[in-house]
Design a protein around this ligand. Sequence first.
Ligand code: NAD
Length: 368
Amino acid sequence: MIEVKEYKEATTKQDSVFGPMLNAGHEQVVFCHDHETGLKAIIAIHNTVLGPALGGTRFWKYNTEAEALQDVLRLSRGMTFKASISGLNLGGGKAVIIGDSKKDKSEPLFRRFGKFVNSLSGKYITAEDVGTSTKDMEYVHMETRHVTGLPESMGGGGDPSPVTAYGVYMGMKASAKHLWGNDSLNGKKVVVQGVGHVGENLVKLLTKEGAKVSIIDINDDQLKKVSSDTGAQVLSSTDFYDMDMDIYAPCALGATLNSDTINRLKCAIVAGAANNQLAEEAVHGKMLSEKGIIYAPDFLINAGGLINVYSELTGYNRERALQQTEKIFDYTLDIHGKAATENIPTYLAATRMAEKRIADIGRVKLGM
Ligand code: NAD
């Protein structure tokens, strides 16, 4: 059974090669190197009790190799919980390729990476992530069938962002129902931070329902486009945390829920798409709950993208992916209820629920 520990605490003991992976509960970590193509990648398989470990490949210019390892361990662990709580028969995995995605990408590099993925015989299934695209996955696919997130023309699900946005919307509505007894977002003041692939789709859903949406992004062109398409109001400053709002939806970066911002936040609900919103899970999850802010755990409500790629494994059908994503509403309500009953932060309630399913299904598989 996976121990629910604060990730930072679990990985600080780096006194041995195995230390970081053992402490975070990983099954396998694969270091991949190819001199010819310059490939340096790490594949981390956290847990495969529920099924093959699925998670995207991040292409990132890490400052150090230790930083890349830390990132892939953290991300793959998050995927285990995301898949479990979404009721998917998938484990948690992730890969990182160390390099500059603007300069270092090439067909041979991705095909070499595909060979490494293939060597795991389906124990790890890859997909696109930050710094990689469906085009890159086409190259990976030339060397392995263990890849999802392919273009629609190849039988894939295409861009998962609209499905992710729909799940976030469901999680937001469930949080509203938990707090106000009604899931309507009509007239609610919502700030969406980051109107990229997911944020833009979320703003469309919110404005359609009559929410009063304000948007913020560092990309002015995108801000103007989303504002003119949806009527959302553009905020002039990125420093909006103490603004009067009902709901804050982080859809840009991680770690925006930290000691500084939580002290300033006046909203009632936080529900957004960004991964790893809590700078430090234990510290900031608790801070939010002590402040009475209802937090919809990111890995629960942004699972639509994962549900979408999972659907590719059995023959893609967007309707089915959306139906499965709609269940995020009920899951989120359950988590808020459990957190309130047990008087614990929501991130912890969600992690425990995910962990319980892994333990229960693990026993079923062993015939216990
Ligand atoms: P994206 O890159 O398309 O959009 C992110 C947007 O945030 C961009 O428009 C960018 O300009 C903006 N941004 C960056 N820094 C900012 C800042 N400091 N302040 C305001 N805006 C800023 O990414 P996306 O695919 O929309 O994903 C958004 C978040 O959701 C990411 O954290 C991602 O990991 C997470 N997520 C995405 C999916 C998916 O299906 N795309 C699934 C799960 C989680």
